[in-house]
Design a protein. Structure first.
Lengths: 451, 231
């Protein structure tokens, strides 16, 4: 099941080198997830995959546990930017933050001459975007970055730029007096939520002895050059071409001086194309449908809605739909597909299977599921090593996977029958207890509303 | 509309069936035929939802019942389930006791099993005419009280009632044996031509006209009395 192509292998090898370099030298932490029998640190692995997939990641954790720095290291090595340039483009979340600091501002000199020219922020222009402490942004100001976060589309005055390639990392501390709630539409735009955990006393001791890492990723001369190019008054596209050549120079410096392999834009494109071509096997396909079903199904009202509550004694009480308040969005299957393909590529598998999905799903669901209070009350005191949302998402995926193991054959059979029915064959759709069987019948045009 | 199941088109459709599902379906089929046969009998034989017990009507109803079950494959469990349906199901819109009992008797008489036990204790309704024309070689055990005309026209079979019977028990029976562990009602053994009726409890009255056969109460011959005197 391993990919045979040598070029694919070389690129994967390069990504593994980046991962291992960060793990060994920059971001010391314990492994907390297992894929194909190998242990990884979830924050590092998922940030890496998300960076490659042009993903959006929310990194949560206590202050000072490496949320921002892990993102900076990943961005620096995947996209070949010196740390100083990345720092210069970061947006800090605080109540006084303005659109002019985040996105762009008018060129005052030109404005005096009657010309309306936008000076774009480095944050808006660069393909690596880090928003530090996003939950310190007031809710009204979070709305300002919705479109940019979602599509890479940044607008100011009558001008706009669209990022062809970008990834976004946002960090969030746990709730305290200075934090705000991240608004639901913004939360949903994150592909993943992961915690940057405390590394444990012994690794923390090593971090203390070593001091702040990352000196190798600094290059003041190049950083100044980046700043100069980004501040030019040429077109956005021209500046990005110049930036790319600077990135390549930084990549060469890293290779020559520190023996670190990094990726060019073309290589990243090849990797993404390879990831996009990794198919889902039928089990992963059916399992993801089942998960989507449990997170959106309501027999009584047609679908989950956050303003409607479950009926007492509903037949589907045992399923996930009964424990949640909201309906899962259409961004979730996109995130799950992208990240599962990324993980399958990273570990060298040629198909996305259930194991990849099982590993990815908790992190794509943790921030998207709104649990009912009584369900939270049941779980919050249970022994665990993850923050509650990720722990509950892991438990939820485990339960859904168990159900799939019991009913997977029948579900696949039902989907196969449905395919034939949809193509015009006269067959009776397969019935079963799981909501997916009801959803299939709905898609085949049957009226299956509760009487 | 786009076929959202396209990726599963490569899977061969497995018609997986649990053995239990097959059994249940077969049973449901049999039950459906039984109910259909009974309703047809009621439709043909019962006018205005009134059914009078006349010899010719009983014979005609029995013939019609036998005809309707001729090709039916069933066993004693099906008969018991049918009794349950007669007792409480809404699949049978009206239960007319006489034809129902005759129909059940036809089922019993043509069943493969020689020994049939029906647990009637739990039923709300009273069944009449059970054991009608029970043929030689068959034993029918009825657990619980039963209604009138039980064992009527008995034709050589052995009928055991673990409970009490109503009136006209063993009416017109030809041969065979009826055992009643408790009481029997009026006209017990009326027009009987042969065979024996044994009642362990009280006999309210024996039939006025007996053409043959014997009736015992607690082991003691009560009809014909002159025969006892002869002995």
């Amino acid at each position: 099941m391993r990919m045979a192509s040598q070029s694919n292998g070389a690129l994967r090898e390069a990504v593994h080198e980046i991962h291992d370099y960060i793990q060994e030298n920059l971001y010391l932490n314990r492994p907390d997830m297992t894929v194909n029998g190998k242990k990884y640190n979830s924050a590092l692995l998922l940030c890496l995959i998300s960076g490659l997939r042009k993903g959006k990641t929310l990194i949560i954790g206590e202050p000072g546990l490496g949320k921002t720095t892990s993102a900076e290291y990943v961005c620096s090595l995947l996209y070949r930017f010196p740390l100083g340039t990345i720092w210069g483009s970061e947006v800090a979340g605080h109540p006084e933050q303005t659109e002019e600091k985040i996105i762009g501002r008018p060129d005052l000199g030109k404005l005096n001459l009657g010309e309306e020219v936008v000076v774009w922020s480095h944050f808006a222009m660069l393909p690596v975007k880090i928003v530090d402490e996003i939950n310190r942004l007031p809710e009204t100001k979070q709305s300002m970055i919705l479109d940019g976060v979602d599509r890479g589309n940044w607008e100011y005055l009558n001008d706009a730029i669209i990022n062809k390639e970008y990834c976004l990392f946002a960090t969030a501390n746990y709730q305290d007096r200075g934090t705000n709630t991240i608004i639901a539409p913004l939360v949903d735009r994150f592909d993943l939520m992961v915690e940057s955990k405390h590394p444990g006393a012994n690794l923390a001791y090593l971090i203390g002895m070593r001091g702040a890492g990352g000196a190798v990723l600094r290059h003041e001369e190049l950083e100044a050059e980046f700043h100069r190019v980004l501040s030019q008054r040429t077109s956005y596209e021209a500046r990005m071409e110049a930036v790319e050549s600077l990135c390549d120079r930084f990549g060469e410096i890293l290779k020559n001086e520190a023996n670190i392999t990094t990726l060019s834009r073309a290589q990243r494109e090849i990797i993404r194309a390879e990831m996009d071509n990794i198919p889902f096997d039928l089990d992963a396909n059916a399992f993801l449908r089942m998960v989507l079903c449990e997170l959106s199904f309501c027999h009584r009202f047609g679908q989950k809605r956050s303003n409607e509550t479950c009926e007492e004694g509903c037949h589907f009480t045992g399923y996930t739909c009964n424990g949640i308040r909201n309906c899962i969005s259409n961004r979730f299957p996109i995130s799950a597909r992208n990240m599962a393909q990324g993980l399958a590529w990273f570990v060298g598998d040629k198909e996305v299977g259930i194991e990849h999905l099982k590993a990815i799903l908790p992190y794509t669901l943790a921030h998207r599921i709104q649990w009912k209070d009584e369900v939270i009350a049941q779980h919050e005191k249970e022994p665990r090593s993850d923050p509650l949302p990720i722990y509950m998402a892991k438990q939820c995926v485990k339960v859904m996977h168990r159900r799939y193991m019991e009913q997977g054959g029948q579900i696949k059979n039902a989907l196969a029958v449905a395919c034939r029915v949809a193509e015009g064959e006269s067959l009776e759709p397969i019935k079963g207890d799981h909501p997916i069987f009801w959803e299939i019948r709905k898609d085949l045009g049957e009226e299956v509303l509760e009487q | 509309m786009r076929n959202p199941f396209k990726e599963f088109g490569c899977l061969s459709v497995e018609k997986k069936e649990l053995p239990l599902e097959r059994i249940v379906r077969a049973r449901e089929e049999v039950m459906g035929q039984m109910i259909h046969g009974y309703l047809k009998l009621v439709e043909e034989e019962v006018k205005d939802l009134v059914w009078l017990v006349e010899h010719s009507r009983v014979v005609k109803a029995y013939s019609a019942a036998v005809k309707s079950i001729r090709d039916l494959q069933y066993d004693v469990d099906d008969i018991e389930e049918f009794c349950g349906e007669l007792d409480s199901s809404n699949k049978i819109p009206y239960m007319i006791s006489g034809p129902a009992g005759i129909y059940v008797s036809a089922l019993i008489n043509h069943a493969k099993e020689d020994r049939i036990v029906l647990r009637l204790r739990d039923y709300q309704r009273t069944f009449h005419f059970l054991g009608y024309r029970l043929p030689e070689g068959k034993t029918l055990i009825l657990q619980g009280d039963v209604g009138d005309f039980v064992g009527a026209g008995l034709s050589g079979g052995r009928l055991v009632v673990e409970g009490s019977v109503g009136n006209w028990c063993g009416a017109g029976m030809m041969k065979g044996e009826i055992q009643i562990t408790e009481n029997s009602g009026q006209n017990t053994g009326e027009w009987m031509r042969g065979g024996e009726i044994h009642v362990e409890g009280r006999i309210r009255s024996v039939g006025k006209t007996l053409f043959g056969g014997r009736i015992f109460q607690r082991g003691k011959l009560v009809m014909p009395q002159d025969l006892e005197l002869d002995i």
